[in-house]
Design a binder for this molecule. Structure first.
Ligand code: C2E
Ligand code: MG
Ligand code: MG
Ligand code: MG
Length: 281
């Protein structure tokens, strides 16, 4: 940090650009330019079947290579993009790019796996099912290539219309996952009514497994509940063999995390497809 007194007015420069209003304005105008100048790209993080050790999907994660600031984390710019509404254009770009990638992989004869795209609350509107349908048609990809990750927070309001939107999406055979599960406030009584395929246990519950008994209990409970509700369950942020051993034991279906792979380029992901992830645990 540095502070200066310029002609009587106090000026404060913060390292963390997103904390000041000037920083936010700067981020916003940079994001607009970034869309035009193609500074965004996607990385893909494998999702692995816990039993077979095979990759069954990948999550598309947005990256921003800023010409001066270097790589900026989505955790930093997505919240600003959400506030300014720019997230709609950004997420539209993400859906397009992920579908174009799926098309390329589909045409190259690779066995289909799901590409998961994150969707923000603002995008979860009545027009979403149609936009997905159009994207699938435009790129001529089979719906089994596409998965959407939505968060609990967007399920809190007007449950009936939210369910209707979800049903229109799953009717197209697109997979729906509930991301960061456990961190939101969704009522369990509503959970059974949501046409969700997969529950994704938030990384915060995985982090301290197996030492933290509370986290172990929560993770096990989510896995059991998911099974009872006939949902698949995936754990995110799996970094250690100990965590994996616990999740296997608890009956988790799928895993994702640095233990397997960090988010990688499309080329690197293809190279990983032949790999069988086996760990001595
Ligand atoms: P998320 O959807 O929950 O994604 C998981 C985040 O955890 C990613 O961070 C991923 O790189 C990170 N991660 C995965 N495995 C591990 C691990 O083993 N250890 C640790 N420490 N971290 C791990 P990332 O890429 O920085 O993304 C952060 C968040 O930004 C995402 O959380 C998602 O909410 C949002 N985001 C990313 N891409 C998009 C996008 O295209 N659209 C929207 N709307 N949001 C996005
Ligand atoms: Mg996600
Ligand atoms: Mg997540
Ligand atoms: Mg998360």
């Amino acid at each position: 940090h540095s502070a200066g007194n310029v002609s009587g007015s106090f000026v404060f420069y913060s390292d963390s650009m997103n904390q000041s209003i000037a920083g936010r304005l700067y981020l916003e105008s940079s994001m607009r330019k970034a869309l035009e100048n193609q500074e965004f790209y996607l990385q893909y993080q494998p999702k692995v079947d816990i039993q077979s050790g095979k990759i069954i999907g990948a999550e598309a994660l947005l990256r921003w290579q800023h010409p001066e600031k270097g790589l900026i984390s989505p955790a930093e710019f997505i919240p600003v993009a959400e506030e300014t509404g720019l997230i709609l254009q950004i997420d539209a770009w993400v859906l397009e790019t992920a579908c174009a990638q799926a098309k390329e992989w589909q045409d190259s004869g690779i066995a289909p796996f799901r590409i998961a795209v994150n969707v923000t609350a603002r995008e979860f509107t009545n027009s979403l099912p149609m936009r997905i349908k159009e994207a699938l048609q435009r790129y001529q990809i089979s719906p089994q290539w596409l998965e959407l990750e939505i968060t609990e927070s967007m399920l809190m309001h007007s449950t009936q219309s939210v369910i209707a939107i979800m049903e229109q999406i799953t009717a197209q055979n697109v997979i729906l996952a509930l991301d960061d599960f456990g961190t939101g406030y969704s009522s369990l009584s509503y959970l059974k009514r949501f046409p969700i395929d997969t529950l994704k246990i938030d990384r915060s519950f995985i982090l301290n497994i197996p030492t933290d008994q509370n986290d172990c209990a929560i993770a096990s409970a989510i896995i059991m509940m998911a099974k009872q509700l006939k949902h698949k369950v995936i754990a995110e942020g799996v970094e250690t063999r100990e965590q994996l051993a616990f999740l296997i034991n608890a009956g988790c279906d799928e895993v994702q995390g640095y233990l397997y792979s960090r988010p990688v380029s499309p080329q690197q992901l293809i190279a990983l497809l032949d790999k069988n992830f086996h760990f001595d645990i």
